[in-house]
Design a protein around this ligand. Structure first.
Ligand SMILES: NC(=O)C1=CN([C@@H]2O[C@H](COP(=O)(O)OP(=O)(O)OC[C@H]3O[C@@H](n4cnc5c(N)ncnc54)[C@H](OP(=O)(O)O)[C@@H]3O)[C@@H](O)[C@H]2O)C=CC1
Ligand SMILES: N[C@@H](CC=O)C(=O)O
Length: 420
């Protein structure tokens, strides 16, 4: 094992407590031969066998049949995982950042070394969505994947929606409860979700998708007022990872952003720090994977499922599914990515101003689905406009046009609408 932190220490505990069952399920003897950490003298959970601790990670990799990488980040994880795979050792990892940035290199090394790469824990913790896409749905064609794949941001948005907390208050509470880190950027700016979106899209569409292909908007600009307004109109706001097949454009779109969802959508019911992924497949229809997306024991459960599979294959033969990239669909840009969008603007409450706004929409080929105007007492009307499906590029031009229109005081928010 490489790493013995939040997840690694729970893997060690469960490996010890359930050794007999895990070995029986694998049909193989499982022996933990070493645990590489940064600080071998540091405090550890009482069940961690101190005699197995080492700071020589490369030396440990050289003598293991199965390497469980729970260090996180890019280096030294990348070098160690490549070393393991190239020498034929199976790798089990929960490292979404590494997979989303260097997936092709890792799969290439696995192919060269005749090795297997397992990564159930990399997306949505305990929720078996990697297995679901990689194996259960191998006989189907996926049309779309929509997921709440970051528990911290779902907790923050849920607190804002249900308890009226401001963004800052909700982040502070998430930190107090151990969901958010001292620096919450990776979660609140959407980077963690983007890495998971890239992995899900790669699996769903048999295409290499890297984190650099995923446009990201985090949740910093979502306000308690927006959450309350969403509720008034029967919606919730969730940070979604969205990956869609566009048959007409023969490509896929992948993105992460806050989105309005109808309160009746299955993802709207996902509360607190839970994760859920909805997969829409041609024959299976809609499937939903739901559960704990983070935390030591839930994530260790996913790691151990991979360890059991890996050990079974080592002893009895067989392999993890190879990387499937035969479709290699292009990842579409904003000119070919379709979305429905809600735009809120502050507008001079004067004759003709709404017509000017409608003109900007029309000139950019974006069709308006609904308009709601709030009563104004100060001469500035707040208008909420939802458009029919348009391309993201046309919508971006519309928003730019609105921002230049002198009678539009402010573009307050631009939010995607999903799930209707
Ligand atoms: N935490 C969670 O809920 C989830 C985590 N994951 C993923 O699992 C992985 C592990 O996460 P987590 O357990 O939270 O991470 P932690 O930060 O809690 O633990 C990291 C471990 O890696 C060790 N480590 C760091 N650098 C080195 C190094 N250079 N050489 C050897 N060991 C090193 C640390 O050693 P030391 O103890 O000495 O500091 C520590 O034991 C990450 O990829 C993460 O994204 C996935 C899903 C959920
Ligand atoms: N920070 C993540 C957990 C790890 O994947 C989250 O909040 O979901």
């Amino acid at each position: 094992m490489l790493g013995c932190g939040t997840v690694g220490s729970q893997v060690v505990r469960l490996l010890g407590e359930h050794a007999a069952d895990l070995q029986a399920r694998a049909g193989a003897r499982l022996e933990l031969v070493g645990i590489a950490v940064r600080d071998t003298a540091g405090e550890r959970a009482p069940w961690v066998p101190r005699e197995l601790l080492t700071d020589d990670a490369a030396g440990l990799v050289a003598r293991a049949d199965v390497v469980v990488e729970l260090v996180g980040g890019i280096e030294p994880a990348r070098t160690l995982v490549l070393q393991a795979l190239e020498s034929g050792a199976t790798v089990v990892t929960g490292n979404k950042a590494l997979l989303a940035a260097h997936g092709p290199a890792l799969h290439g090394a696995a192919a060269r070394g005749g090795a297997d790469l397992y990564y159930e824990a990399a997306v949505a913790g305990a929720v078996p969505v990697v297995y679901g896409l990689r194996e259960s749905l191998a006989g189907d064609n996926v049309n779309a994947v929509l997921g709440i794949v970051n528990g911290t941001t779902n907790f923050i948005l849920d607190e804002m929606a249900t308890n009226g907390l401001s963004f800052d208050q909700a982040v502070a509470l998430a930190q107090e409860l151990g969901y958010a880190e001292a620096d919450p950027s990776a979660d609140v700016d959407g980077h963690d979700a983007a890495a998971k979106a890239a992995i899900l899209a790669s699996l769903a569409f048999h295409t290499r998708v890297s984190i650099d292909d995923v446009p990201v908007t985090g949740i910093r600009d979502v306000t308690a007022e927006q959450m309350a307004q969403a509720a008034e109109s029967g919606h919730v706001i969730k940070l979604l990872a969205v990956a869609r097949l566009n048959r007409d454009a023969r490509g896929i779109s992948v993105r992460v952003h806050p989105a309005l969802l109808p309160a009746t959508h299955p993802l709207a019911a996902v509360r607190g720090a839970f994760n859920a992924v909805v997969v829409e497949a041609e024959s299976a229809g809609r499937l939903m994977f739901y559960g704990q997306g983070a935390g030591g024991a839930p994530t260790a459960s996913a790691v151990l499922s991979d360890v059991v599979a890996a050990a079974g294959h080592k002893v009895h033969g067989g392999h993890a599914p190879r990387e499937s990239t035969y479709a290699q669909l292009p990842v579409l840009g904003p000119e070919s990515t379709a979305a429905r969008t809600q735009v809120q603007i502050g507008l001079a409450d004067e004759p003709g101003t709404l017509a000017a706004v409608a003109g900007i929409y029309g000139d950019n080929g974006v069709s308006i689905e609904s308009v709601h105007q709030q009563r104004s007492d100060d001469g500035v009307a707040r208008i909420t406009i939802i458009s029919h499906v348009s391309t993201e590029a046309a919508l971006e031009r519309t928003v730019a046009g609105l921002a230049e229109e002198p009678r539009v005081h402010e573009v307050i928010s631009v939010t995607r609408v999903e799930g209707e």
